[in-house]
Design a protein around this ligand. Structure first.
Ligand SMILES: NC(=O)c1ccc[n+]([C@@H]2O[C@H](COP(=O)([O-])OP(=O)(O)OC[C@H]3O[C@@H](n4cnc5c(N)ncnc54)[C@H](O)[C@@H]3O)[C@@H](O)[C@H]2O)c1
Length: 259
């Protein structure tokens, strides 16, 4: 078991890559706090893991765009488990938060964009991770150890129409990872980042099925990673197999040469 007796807080752990990571971490012996704005889904995943893996897993409702909620999340995890070894910042996507609920929404053309949707996209994809790290960092500094794994996207450097705020936020995550790796290295804290390319999570498949129904060209699903593969990358970064690598961003997918 790669994470025996470790405690992990998985933000965005109720769906997609986060859900697979929660399950895999529990299988590898970790105690897991599944922190997500979607508490019903988080509780369902926690229940499933407890039944299958017999591990200490608990769900917690957090809107990681609100700093005070991330401090409550960390306090809850510490009260429950006594320590936090790993923070995985997986929550992120297109949309905004309203009355404690995440609402999915595409950005659309920049020329028609609103400042409100820009701000909420930066909140969900950059500021949220910042808040979670800020909430846990003093605990990790005191223990002189800790693992943090952030989530970017290939949108950070490939660019795509209708993704200006998301791309900017995901670029920011790579820079945040680099900056904090240097600042936190003296405290034994290792922080790295995963850059997924297209990954076949439920929300992505829903989009693709919608595109197909509306007659748009079908995407080649062979080009998609499985969320399980991404969870394996997070596990590797969180495990003791990695000890001399920090500030790095691991890109998934294939960089085809451009002709
Ligand atoms: N799936 C892909 O193709 C893909 C590609 C590139 C990057 N990514 C990145 O990978 C990560 C995971 O993607 P996914 O497809 O598994 O996402 P997903 O939408 O399936 O899951 C995201 C989770 O984040 C939670 N969340 C949203 N807002 C939140 C908030 N304010 N506070 C707490 N939780 C919140 C959601 O409830 C959900 O459980 C994201 O950061 C995403 O941007 C995904």
């Amino acid at each position: 078991m790669k994470l025996k007796d470790k405690v992990a807080v998985i933000v965005g752990g109720a769906n997609g890559i986060g859900k697979r990571t929660s399950k895999l971490f529990a299988r590898e012996g970790a105690k897991v706090l599944i922190a997500d704005i979607g508490i019903e889904a988080a509780e369902a995943v926690a229940k499933e893991i407890r039944t299958v893996e017999h591990q200490d897993v608990i769900a917690f409702k957090v809107d990681h765009t609100k700093e005070e909620e991330t401090f409550k999340m960390v306090k809850f995890a510490l009260d429950k488990f006594g320590q936090i070894d790993i923070l995985a910042n997986i929550a992120g996507t297109h949309g905004y938060v309203e009355e404690g609920k995440f609402i999915r929404k595409d950005e659309g053309p920049f020329a028609e964009s609103s400042k409100a949707l820009w701000d909420s996209t930066i909140d969900i994809n950059l500021n949220g991770a910042r808040n979670c790290i800020r909430a846990v960092v003093n605990h990790m500094m005191e223990r002189r150890k800790g693992r943090i794994i952030n989530f970017s996207s290939v949108a950070a450097f490939q660019g795509a129409p209708g993704l200006a705020a998301y791309s900017a936020a995901k670029g920011g995550i790579i820079s945040l990872t680099k900056a904090l790796a240097v600042e936190l290295a003296p405290y034994g804290i290792i922080i790295n980042c995963v850059i997924p390319s297209a990954t076949a999570t439920e929300q992505v498949m829903e989009r693709i099925n919608g595109m197909r129904k509306s007659g748009q060209p079908a995407l080649d699903l062979n080009m998609f990673a499985s969320p399980e593969e991404l969870a394996n990358v997070v596990l590797w970064l969180a495990s003791d197999d990695v000890s001399h690598m920090s500030g790095q961003s691991i890109q998934m997918g294939i960089d085809y040469p451009k002709h």
